[in-house]
Design a protein around this ligand. Structure first.
Ligand code: ZN
Length: 230
């Protein structure tokens, strides 16, 4: 079997880019466990820090995986310090350097300009990972692209970097756009194995409060909250 180099994959991705296939939204669930378990994953896209949500998670001792962008880390030093002060609950993973969707071509998604090329996607991932490692001392194992959409051609090259692609199975807040009661009801219906996606960068929107209420209700029902494995 021919051992492909990283550059070999990159070239392959670039040549496939001409087709600009429709973006895909990978799904992710946790492996089976003995007791009911979900993963709460919260994106820190560029924006602010939803300290209300973070404090409620701490009060309820609920673990969450926080997907941070390097931009968010730079803009929210106090938020980053809060997360790092609660490492028993919050694990930092990679949401990219500049929040550029890992999509080839030029067509915007959700109003975001895509990274456009494999080189730009690789930089987005690598710089995001380096920023997290510098801040926390821990190298992230997971990447979730901005928009959670990916050009299908770049999925294997990303995995070849040794990075897991953090899909999800339950969308709690639709980009922090839903009312709190709706978000709480969606989370309360989570099943064991679900990877829940929400946001922790929109303190002025009601959805963050709904995440806290829904997660606390799940925990009272006996659900265990785990980080993404690895
Ligand atoms: Zn995002």
């Amino acid at each position: 079997m021919i051992q492909l180099t990283r550059r070999g994959f990159a070239t392959g991705a670039m040549s496939l880019a001409a087709g600009t296939a429709a973006p895909v939204e990978p799904s992710l669930r946790l492996p089976p466990t003995d007791r009911p378990t979900v993963a709460l994953t919260l994106d820190a896209c560029p924006g602010n820090f939803d300290e209300r949500l973070a404090r409620l998670l701490v009060e309820n001792e609920i673990k969450a995986t926080i997907f941070v962008t390097a931009l968010w880390m730079r803009w929210n030093p106090n938020g980053l310090a809060f997360l790092l002060a609660h490492r028993d609950l919050f694990a930092l993973q990679n949401h990219g350097a500049r929040h550029l969707p890992p999509i080839l071509g030029t067509r915007p998604v959700y109003g975001l300009r895509p990274a456009g090329s494999w080189d730009a996607i690789e930089t987005e991932i690598a710089v995001g990972a380096d920023t997290i490692q510098t801040a926390s001392g821990t190298k992230p194992a997971w990447y979730r692209g901005a928009s959670a959409l990916y050009s299908p051609e770049v999925l294997d090259p990303i995995r070849h970097m040794g990075i897991g692609i953090a899909g999800f199975s339950l969308n709690a807040d639709q980009g922090a756009s839903l009312p709190a009661a709706t978000v709480a009801a969606r989370i309360a219906k989570a099943q064991s194995g679900d990877v829940i996606i929400g946001h922790i960068n929109q303190p002025l929107r009601p959805s963050g409060g709904g995440i806290a209420v829904g997660a606390a209700a799940l925990k009272r029902q006996g659900m265990t909250f785990a980080w993404l494995p690895g």
